[in-house]
Ligand binder design. Structure first.
Ligand code: CA
Length: 234
């Protein structure tokens, strides 16, 4: 599929890897992302997808869940999370996969359910990258919450000098809590601040990520649920 002519070349916003075995979907997404200024690399199975990510260090990965071959998209996401904190948007054909996808095991940053609008997908990709770019900006000193240290410059989290691996979204959520200690934050406020105004998901997304932070940081994290309202840290 060719890029429609008559456009000036768009600036390079970085490389996106799409792992999708449905050629038509991959080509359609590829087209929209290229028109939005991204360089796009396609892989039709998980093994090739992981290779591409390792070689190309993309700014974002789109991962279909239903993939052929020895490794499906769920396993590929897990593997990706072990290796990097690159933002991952999962493409799923099933609504009932969304909970798993959003967090518990996988730490995906967002998802779309087939059939999806490529235009909406591009909007979500941009929203995620705006947020991760902003949180990568090295402006802040390390913050402490209880015995947890959050270093926004290095994007590192530690508990008593032991490093803790978080996904990009978990890190952003924790950093936001760290910057707003003692304040009760509603789920909607957290969605706006951490997921950004382009986020289309619902408030349970926040709960899923809070559960992950509690699981990974345990008692070191002084994070209280304020029933009927939201969360308060510190
Ligand atoms: Ca598929």
């Amino acid at each position: 599929m060719a890029i429609p002519t008559g456009h000036e070349p768009t600036p390079n916003h970085g490389t996106v890897v799409i792992v999708e075995d449905d050629h038509n979907i991959a080509e359609l997404v590829d087209l929209y992302l290229r028109n939005a200024g991204f360089r796009v690399l396609q892989a039709a199975d998980a093994v090739r997808g992981l290779e591409l990510v390792a070689q190309e260090q993309p700014c974002l990965v789109l991962m279909d869940i239903g993939l052929p071959g020895p490794m499906d998209g769920l396993e590929a996401c897990r593997e990706l999370r072990r290796r990097s904190d690159v933002p991952v948007v999962v493409i799923t054909a099933r609504d009932d996969e969304v909970d798993r996808v959003l967090g518990l095991e996988l730490g995906a940053d967002d998802y779309v359910t087939k059939p999806f609008s490529p235009r909406e997908l591009v909007a979500r990709v941009r929203a995620i990258l705006r947020r991760t770019d902003a949180s990568h900006r090295p402006t802040e000193e390390p913050l402490s919450i209880g015995t947890v240290t959050v270093d926004p410059l290095r994007r590192e989290v530690s508990v008593e000098d032991q490093s803790v691996a978080l996904t990009a979204r978990e890190f952003d959520l924790l950093a936001h809590f760290a910057a707003n200690q003692g304040i009760v934050l509603t789920r909607q406020q957290l969605l706006d601040a951490v997921w950004g105004p382009g986020w289309f998901g619902d408030e349970r997304t926040v709960d899923v990520h809070v559960r992950q932070l509690r699981r990974k940081l345990g008692d070191a994290l002084p994070l209280a649920t304020v029933w009927g309202v939201g969360y308060r840290c510190g």
